[in-house]
Design a protein around this ligand. Structure first.
Ligand code: HSE
Length: 311
């Protein structure tokens, strides 16, 4: 075995009330990374496709190579590799683009070296890459991209990651307006203190969402998809956001929120037809603000990143 190609899915972090502690993976799109063993000890980015020449080739700055370097260091390995990255996720979209590249790279290098680490053990290396990309080592994109499904980060110190066996039939609508928003900038507008009232509201909703997902209680999921911490300040970056929740719910969605740090918005629905109708409704609303958008409708992904080819 000389090379392995892996794919890692896009993710929705926060899921409204779970700021920095909850995320889920979707079936598509996903970033692909091929890793090939070299005869020396260099970690080199050989090619990047689909990024409009925006991503760095410097191995210290690209999330795919940073994740691989962190993994190799942990293994005490001086093995060199070539990295070929195919970006299918839009950059700066809030769909976990930086995370997907790092995760695909990790799954590929781990497989190439005989899977010495479990998926859980790969998470800290993917978080290293997130730190490079946006200045914060949050795990709510990388963990679901690696594990699939809904993933709760109960604590960061030490990491306590719990995969939730959520309802099977949940569809996600992602609408990406053609705006680019860096996570770093979207984090700068966050308030640094939260009132007791908002803390109580957010705690009630995250507990409700967890129970709703576990019981398959769509009404409870719907009532719980509220964010009083990040959304109030971040929504200013998304033209027309104030109407989107109502528009989505009229189209049949259970709820709507900002996907990760935005500007993509996500909605959850209990079947594909409602998810498609919701996509159209949100897209029309963005058009009223002269914003074109891309739509992605898929089931919640249950398996996470996977190996595509082995040569
Ligand atoms: N939890 C992170 C944030 C996710 O909202 O900043 C970034 O995609």
């Amino acid at each position: 075995m000389k090379s392995v190609k892996a794919i890692a899915p896009a993710t929705v972090a926060n899921v409204c009330c779970g700021f920095d502690i909850l995320g889920f993976a979707v079936d598509a799109p996903g970033d692909e990374v091929k890793i090939t063993l070299r005869d020396d000890s260099e970690v080199k980015i050989k090619s990047i496709v689909g990024d409009e020449n925006k991503l760095p080739y410097d191995p210290a700055k690209n999330t795919a190579s940073v994740a691989v370097i962190s993994f190799l260091k942990k293994m005490g390995s001086t093995q060199g590799v070539d990295i070929e990255l195919t970006k299918n996720l839009p950059l700066g979209s809030g769909m976990g683009s930086s995370a997907a590249s790092g995760v695909a790279a990790l799954v590929a290098i781990n497989h190439l070296l005989g899977n010495p680490l479990t998926r859980d053990q790969l998470i800290p290396h993917a978080m290293e890459a997130e730190k490079i990309a946006c200045g914060a080592a949050h795990a709510d994109n990388v963990a679901p991209s690696l594990l699939g499904g809904f993933v709760l980060i109960r604590d960061y110190n030490p990491l306590d990651i719990i995969k939730i066996d959520a309802v099977e039939n949940l569809y996600c609508t992602l609408v990406h307006p053609h705006l680019e928003l860096k996570t770093e900038d979207s984090r700068k507008v966050l308030r640094h203190s939260v009132t007791l009232k908002d803390t109580i509201t957010q705690s009630g909703n995250i507990a409700g969402l967890m129970i709703g997902l576990l019981k398959g209680d769509y009404s409870l999921i719907s009532r719980s998809l509220i964010d009083v911490i990040a959304e109030p300040t971040r929504s200013a970056f998304i033209p027309g956001f104030d109407n989107l929740r109502q528009v989505a719910m009229e189209a049949g969605a259970l709820g709507l929120g900002i996907s990760g740090s935005g500007p993509t918005v996500f909605a959850l629905s209990e079947n594909e037809m409602k998810a498609q109708q919701t996509a159209q409704a949100i897209q029309s609303e963005f058009l009223k603000h002269q914003l074109n958008s891309d739509l992605y409708v898929s089931k919640v992904n249950q398996e996470g990143a996977k190996v595509l080819t082995v040569d």
